[in-house]
Design a binder for this molecule. Structure first.
Ligand code: E4P
Length: 226
């Protein structure tokens, strides 16, 4: 499963990128608004930082407007994926953008029927918002399982981006459900490697190593040459 960051925070993107396993980024209008930056300046910086797809979202509500916005966003960089909210007008625009060879991600998706429409419109990605469904008493991950099965049944090529992820269990469940991608906040990404037993285990090893004789600060941990 590919791991994406769901953020427009450049510092966070650079920090997680250092780990060497960042596969892409998804942004949305709320993330961009939080940065206080001009999207015209921010978007090229994010796209230049990421070796993988970067979703940039449209805000229009009619097909012509969304299509034009999509063309402008796609011109920002080669790795742009135009993220379009699931509106009937959005689906019309997705088909037109697909016809131009522009990659799209249908977002704000809450049902399997919506995901069928996204695939039929020619979207490259669909983003079911699992955490928001959980928040209103549904099982968000059940939606990911349904979409995965439907796409398998009909050999749709659209990839599932499990989104609105709230915690590492969502990431695990997305992987078990066969989601192609999981996008998450930097704080959730950090939780993937954090574990209290790892911390205490390493602390114990380091404490014991300090008791080993003949330690030299520059060669600690490196066997002495023969
Ligand atoms: C996905 O691409 C969205 O940006 C994101 O996950 C939105 O979800 P949230 O605002 O509920 O976290």
């Amino acid at each position: 499963m590919k791991l994406f960051l769901d953020t427009a925070d450049l510092d966070a993107i650079r920090r997680i990128k250092r780990l060497g396993m960042l596969d892409g980024v998804t942004t949305n209008p709320s993330h961009v608004s939080k940065t206080g930056l001009d999207p015209q300046e921010l978007y090229p910086l994010i796209c230049g930082e990421v070796d993988g797809p970067v979703s940039l979202e449209t805000v229009g509500t009619d097909a012509d407007q969304i299509f034009k916005e999509g063309l402008a966003l796609a011109a920002v960089a080669d790795n742009v994926v135009v993220k379009v909210p699931l509106l009937p007008e959005g689906l019309i625009a997705v088909r037109r953008l697909a016809g131009e060879g522009i990659a799209t991600n249908v977002t704000v998706t809450f049902s399997a029927n919506q995901a069928i429409l996204a695939a039929k419109a020619g979207a490259d990605y669909v983003s079911p918002f699992v955490g928001r469904l959980d928040g209103v008493g549904h099982d968000g991950m059940d939606l990911v399982r349904q979409i995965h099965q439907i796409y398998d049944n009909y050999d749709f090529k659209t990839q599932i981006i499990t989104a609105a992820v709230r915690h590492p269990i969502h990431v695990l469940q997305a992987a078990l459900a066969g989601s192609h991608i999981c996008t998450m906040a930097p704080a959730v990404f950090d939780q993937l490697y954090e574990h209290p037993l790892t911390d205490s285990g390493i602390a114990q090893f380091l404490a014991d190593w300090r008791k080993v004789p003949n330690q030299h600060p520059e060669t600690a941990g490196v066997p002495a040459p023969m």
